[in-house]
Design a protein around this ligand. Structure first.
Ligand code: G
Ligand code: G
Ligand code: MN
Length: 442
């Protein structure tokens, strides 16, 4: 027994649980398991002292004992308790018990002359539906963590997605490798608009993955996964080759498109990144000035030595550098001044709030002025409304990007649009995009 609370300890409880499983199997009954973890108990120990903490645990144990059937509650460790519903457990019965635990522990108790009350997080798993003997406690634990991470003072039923996150990821990762090998990835291109004239000046390449069973998977999901599992450089290399191939293919149809690609922090650490870009440009006879590399502000400011080196190599090669999602990170202005960047992109979150928030207008206007004083072009991304469009133009923003003008589209759609002027909106492409092009002078 646990000496502090005099409840059965986990070992005894597991013995009882094994017997309960046997009985349940014989009678086809269902069991319910509640795993109860106090919220913020560490804080109580730290602020009121361990002696008070111990008294609280004894009080909690007594209250749980009064709710549970005899011998069906145990202390699993620290501030964590287990409670068993030994027969005829249903989700309703379990939910009712969990509710009464929340209510009971929520009632204030007198500790050393002070009133304290605790909340707890409860995970519920049912036998046999939510797992066999070996998994039930672990599954109740996963459900408890879910309740805790959604703020605590709540109960939560086990669901398989709470533990198959990893299996899921492993599967997505395996599919991503295959997608790369089979060419299931595609690039979409979102036009950038010159604000004063409304002409298209270039496009940003964005990855798209049409998964055979899961449908479209957003890069917001698979890029972080690729980064974590070392696949991002392969993806990035594919993208560099594909963009260069596409620029060349467009040029064959008479369109001289400028394209921006997004580089991840892992690619910046890739020792042969610049060499690869140079090779791809050369192989496709592309003038490096047609390519822009977008790097998020957070990344650009984080790993300063590496980024500075790579930025200078890229600049030397003749490609442009753009600082993406600007305004969300912590920029050092003196450092920003030293970077060989030529463009800032105001983060979408500021554009979103332009019409409703004075603060967002102040940030946007300040970023535009900052960019101008540093001799950088400034692009606003995520422009969706005429109101945002008007404000940005008034502020003197150079370029605009967003659903208001065009969503990301396939390379083919962009080419058709450029040739025939049949877009969702009539839009002109800059003359320079059609000029006869010279092979790159590399
Ligand atoms: O289309 P959108 O949902 O496409 O893209 C979501 C995010 O994924 C954006 O922040 C974008 O920068 C990022 N992203 C899209 N394509 C690429 C890519 O090729 N490389 C990297 N590193 N990020 C990308
Ligand atoms: O982080 P980055 O700037 O690379 O990402 C560009 C992302 O913004 C892409 O996911 C693209 O699909 C998305 N996007 C582009 N225009 C708009 C827009 O007008 N509204 C919204 N909500 N997203 C946009
Ligand atoms: Mn971008």
């Amino acid at each position: 027994r646990d000496p502090l609370t005099e409840l059965p300890n986990r070992q005894i409880f597991e013995g009882m649980l094994a017997q309960a499983f046997q009985r349940a199997d014989a009678t086809q009954a269902k069991l319910g398991l509640l795993l109860i973890n106090l919220d913020g108990f560490k804080g109580i120990n730290e602020t009121l002292g361990h002696r008070i903490g111990d008294r609280l645990l004894r009080e909690v144990a007594a209250r749980l004992r009064s709710l549970a059937q005899p011998h069906m509650v145990a202390r699993q460790g620290a501030d964590e308790f287990l409670m068993l519903i030994p027969n005829d457990a249903s989700p309703q019965v379990a939910a009712e018990l969990a509710s009464s635990v929340l209510v009971s522990l929520g009632k204030p108790c007198l500790l050393d002359g002070r009133e304290a009350s605790v909340t707890c997080s409860i995970g519920i798993a049912l036998y046999p539906d939510d797992g066999g003997a070996s998994a039930l406690i672990a599954h109740a634990d996963a459900a408890m963590r879910f309740a805790k991470s959604s703020g605590g003072a709540a109960y939560c039923f086990f669901e398989s997605r709470m533990v198959d996150g990893f299996r899921d990821q492993a599967e997505v990762l395996r599919d991503l490798r295959r997608a790369l090998a089979l060419g299931e990835l595609e690039l979409f291109y979102q036009p950038k608009i010159h604000a004063p004239t409304g002409e298209i000046t270039g496009a940003e390449a964005l990855m798209r993955w049409q998964h055979p069973r899961r449908g479209m998977i957003s890069p917001v999901e698979f890029i972080p996964l690729a980064e974590r599992f070392g696949l991002i450089c392969q993806l990035g290399n594919w993208l560099i080759d594909e963009v260069c191939r596409q620029i060349h293919a467009w040029r064959d149809t008479g369109l001289r498109m400028r394209v921006a690609i997004n580089l991840s922090v892992h690619q910046l650490r890739q020792p042969d990144l610049v060499e690869r870009i140079a090779k791809a440009l050369h192989a496709n006879e592309i003038n490096p000035s047609l390519l822009t590399c977008e790097i998020t502000e957070t990344v650009a400011m984080e790993d300063t030595e590496t980024t500075i080196r790579v930025f200078h190599q890229l600049a030397k090669l003749g490609v442009s550098i753009s600082i993406d999602d600007f305004g969300t990170g912590h920029s050092s202005l003196s450092y920003l001044r030293k970077l060989p960047a030529s463009e800032l992109k105001i983060d979408r979150s500021f554009v979103l709030d332009l019409e409703t928030s004075e603060d967002a207008r102040k940030v946007a206007s300040a970023v535009i002025n900052l960019a101008k004083s540093l001799d950088l072009k400034v692009v606003a991304e995520g422009v969706e409304t005429e109101g945002q469009n008007r404000i940005l133009r008034e502020f003197g923003c150079d370029q605009l990007q967003g659903y208001l003008f065009a969503k990301p589209m396939s390379a083919r759609a962009l080419a058709l649009w450029a040739m025939d002027d049949v877009g969702p909106r009539t839009m002109n492409f800059r003359d320079s995009l059609f000029k006869a092009t010279q092979p790159a002078e590399l």
